[in-house]
Design a protein around this ligand. Structure first.
Ligand code: PEP
Ligand code: CO
Length: 461
């Protein structure tokens, strides 16, 4: 369908010309203030001259897979750190994160009986929105930490000063991360025959270990059966791919990695396959939505409880005027206490636009609590409730929940409470490493995958 033949009667703003820089004419929030504009410009020029990190055909392939997820034929597993940090751009940290995503995806493939599209919150997840521009500790007030691409987390004047050089460092760290992810995939790490895939060294909880072992045995048995029948190795399944995603927040940087595809003239953000805008930057007329609007990538928007249904409809029309399946993912992050009151009307409102979207659930960002000692945490059961209730609601509405969006790490951290090992508030100080939001550790992440398939199966029964 061509743009002017769109089924929508409402006026659409998509006829306005778009360029990778047209966001500059819109209201721009959540940005650092750089003292030296010319240094910023110089570094942006250097980033713009670097090769892209991903390719247009990869982004198109992802869009095709997201379209399948929207139709209930595939499931999107999107996960990774809340904020990547430069100091954790290390082989073992990257491999452990890949490992937990692989193992979760295996549980999902087995339990949902459908393929999974794996998308990491990595290789570029360096910029963070903050509730305040400034942070005060005792008598000192400094700029808030906005992620390693902007400034340092340490509470000193030097560290907190936004530094343009960090843009180039972010590019190089993203490239190194992605290179390692790709090398692991090519090198057989993600081959179903490879023992790394099955290793559960991090799981200390017996019930979880044996549940996982059951899935592994079932899958290995079917691989052996298929290979015996066909007398070939399952080469198609041997290579498991990962796509990358991050919040497209620091727009000058995002623009510098946005390039025209010479074959199609389409314009892609080639800094990532799948950019999203966060809840704080999803304003219809704002710069971030304007930037996403003209990209040829598949894109996502985080949807919070403050979004009116009319606003959501306008966003959907604005961002997917051609009704491209797989183009637009809505990541609902409503919070367990709001999901029942908000999600049904949102699903109905989006459906009435006639525009296809992929619904995903982020059960983390609406459920963050701050303890009396100031520690931010999230409770496993609250998150699971939001996820389960979302599945119920989509089921009742005849809609599809086609994905989940999680903050997780392959490291053995103690940032979220609950889960099979019953982490308590007092355990949090043991291994709390996140500078921003609390993440599921690898055990909790795997448990979440099992809980999801249990719920999914109960709805199928
Ligand atoms: C995030 O994903 O880390 C984030 C800040 O999310 P949201 O925009 O949903 O608050
Ligand atoms: Co977060």
């Amino acid at each position: 369908m061509k743009r002017h033949e769109s089924m929508n009667d409402e006026p659409s703003t998509d006829h306005k010309p778009w360029a990778a820089s047209s966001w500059r004419h819109h209201e721009l929030v959540q940005q650092p203030h750089y003292a030296d504009e010319s240094a910023l410009k110089e570094v942006l020029g250097q980033v713009a001259a670097m090769p892209p990190l991903v390719t247009p055909w990869e982004a198109r392939r992802l869009e095709g897979q997201l379209a399948e997820a929207a139709a209930g034929k595939r499931f999107l597993l999107q996960g990774g750190d809340c904020a990547e940090v430069f100091s954790e751009c290390k082989a073992d940290v990257i491999a452990n994160r890949i490992k937990v995503l692989l193992q979760m995806s295996l549980v999902l493939i087995y339990g949902l009986r459908m393929p999974v599209v794996r998308v990491g919150r990595f290789a570029g997840q360096y910029a963070k929105p903050r509730s305040s521009d400034l942070e005060t500790r005792e008598t000192m007030t400094l700029p808030s930490y906005r992620g390693d691409i902007v400034n340092g987390a340490e509470f000193t004047k030097t560290a907190r000063e936004p530094d343009p050089e960090r843009l180039l460092r972010a590019y190089h760290h993203a490239a190194a991360t992605l290179n390692h992810v790709r090398a692991l995939g090519e090198g057989g790490f993600a081959d179903l025959h490879h023992p790394e895939y099955w290793d559960l060294g991090f799981v200390h909880q017996d019930a979880l270990r044996s549940e996982y072992q059951g899935v592994v045995n079932a899958i290995l048995a079917s691989i052996r059966f298929t290979e015996a029948v066909s007398s070939e190795r399952m080469s198609e399944m041997e290579r498991v791919s990962f796509f990358t995603s991050h919040e497209a927040l620091l727009l000058p940087f995002e623009e510098a990695l946005t390039r025209k595809d010479s074959h199609s003239d389409d314009v892609f953000n080639l800094g990532t396959h799948f950019p999203w805008v966060g809840m704080r930057t999803s304003n219809l007329d704002g710069a971030h939505v304007e930037f996403l609007r003209g990209l040829a990538n598949p894109i996502a928007v985080k949807v919070g409880p403050g979004m009116e249904t009319s606003e959501l409809q306008a966003l959907v029309r604005h961002l997917n005027p051609d009704s491209r399946p797989g183009r637009l993912t809505l990541i609902a992050r409503l919070g367990q206490e709001h999901v029942n009151t908000h999600l049904p009307a949102m699903i109905q409102a989006v459906r009435s636009t006639g525009i296809p979207v992929l619904w995903s659930c982020d059960p983390m960002h609406g459920n963050t609590e701050t303890l009396s000692n100031g520690t931010k945490t999230r409770r496993f059961d609250t998150m699971l409730s939001e996820l389960e209730e979302s599945l119920d609601i989509h089921h009742v509405e005849g809609s599809v929940l086609g994905g989940v969006h999680l903050e997780l790490t392959g490291e053995n951290v103690t940032e979220c409470t609950g889960g099979a090992r019953g982490l308590q508030d007092r355990d949090l100080e043991r291994a709390y490493h996140s500078q921003v939001d609390p993440r599921l550790n690898s055990e909790q992440a795997l448990e979440m995958a099992f809980a999801l398939i249990r719920k999914f199966r109960s709805l199928q029964a």
